[in-house]
Design a protein around this ligand. Structure first.
Ligand code: ADP
Length: 311
């Protein structure tokens, strides 16, 4: 099985228990939960029994330990997670608004999660990997951009494959160098996994079919995540749509990462695209039903049970 590696932010998330609007809304908190989009992705990969590891950085503090303990317990190779003695582990605070939107307060820029750099351990992990998953949200620091692009070259140079989820948050837009880095990653991507409108950040086309066709002149496959409307798969010969499973949405953060983890595992293991979409939709549906971004990552047995009970 080709080992999957990802790179980027590992952080803790603290959440408001109830939706609220504005600075003066009353607030109660829950957490911290292990989080960070690449960390959630790779936790889902490992929970499905596929080998996976992450290149990242945490502080030498309790938040760092919380993440390392969880990832390790779920089977993720954390040998390339650097523990920084000076910087604190990154944190994010999330509150849902009454209109269903969400606001984040990130403390990642001056935290350990941006201080990722190449180490002998990251080189060793990359040397045994056959696939790299890149998330646009990880491209927020020059150090991470450099480490990501060099990991990408290393994997591609050895005939490995790349998946890319732009995962762009409004808080990131306008960061210097972000756009160039996103495009540099897409150039080398085999499997592209945007959510909804993210597709249009990468093409001159203004409607979906042409935008997908433009991406498919370079990438092998495009998978569009559509929230409660399910997901679609496109390659140069085929297109499939899979409806979402009914789910009581408690916390959508992490659904796209769990979806991508499950889809990539199917794709790498030769599962037919329609079936891989269905499994990924199931992973996304299970993710939204649980509070906490990584809490909804399902095991292979849970996913099988869910799929069996949904025909
Ligand atoms: P992202 O978090 O990257 O924006 P989505 O919100 O599209 O991604 O969620 C990823 C996948 O999770 C969807 O394609 C769908 O399969 C599943 N999903 C998300 N929200 C729901 C929901 N409310 N009900 C059922 N499935 C959902």
């Amino acid at each position: 099985m080709r080992k999957v590696v990802t790179i980027g932010e590992i952080l803790v998330e603290i959440m408001a228990t109830e939706p609220g609007d504005g600075f003066n809304a009353p607030i109660a908190l829950v957490g911290p939960y292990p989080s960070g989009a690449p960390a959630i992705f790779i936790d889902q990969v490992a929970r499905l029994g596929h080998p996976g590891g992450i290149i990242g950085c945490v502080g030498a503090d309790d938040f760092g330990r919380l993440n390392l303990d969880r990832l390790r317990a779920d089977g993720v190779d954390v040998s390339a997670v650097r523990v920084d003695a000076e910087l604190p582990t990154g944190t994010a605070f999330v509150r849902y608004r009454s209109d269903g939107g969400r606001d984040f307060v990130f403390n990642i820029k001056h935290s350990a999660c941006g201080a990722v750099r190449a180490t002998p351990q990251s080189a060793a992990l990359l040397a045994e990997a056959g696939h790299l998953h890149v998330m646009g949200s990880s491209l927020f620091s020059p150090a991470l951009v450099e480490a990501t692009l060099s990991a990408l070259e290393e994997i591609k140079g050895r005939g490995g494959t790349i998946s890319f989820d732009p995962n762009i948050r409004k808080e990131m837009l306008g960061l210097p160098g972000l756009e160039a880095a996103l495009h540099a990653v897409l150039e080398r991507t085999d499997l592209f996994l945007p959510s909804g409108q993210e597709l249009f950040l990468f093409t001159s086309a203004r409607e979906e079919a042409s935008a997908v066709a433009e991406i498919l002149t370079r990438a092998r496959a495009v998978v569009i995540k559509r929230g409660a409307d399910g997901s679609s798969y496109f390659d140069r010969d085929a297109a499939f749509h899979a409806a979402a499973f009914p789910a009581k949405e408690v916390d959508p953060t992490g659904a796209g990462d769990c979806f991508a983890g499950a889809f990539v595992v199917g794709w790498l293991n030769g599962v037919a695209p329609g079936e891989a979409l269905r499994r990924a939709n199931a992973a996304g549906a299970l993710a939204v039903t649980r509070k906490g971004p990584m809490e909804g990552a399902a095991s292979a047995a849970e996913l099988d049970r869910f799929l069996a009970s949904h025909g």
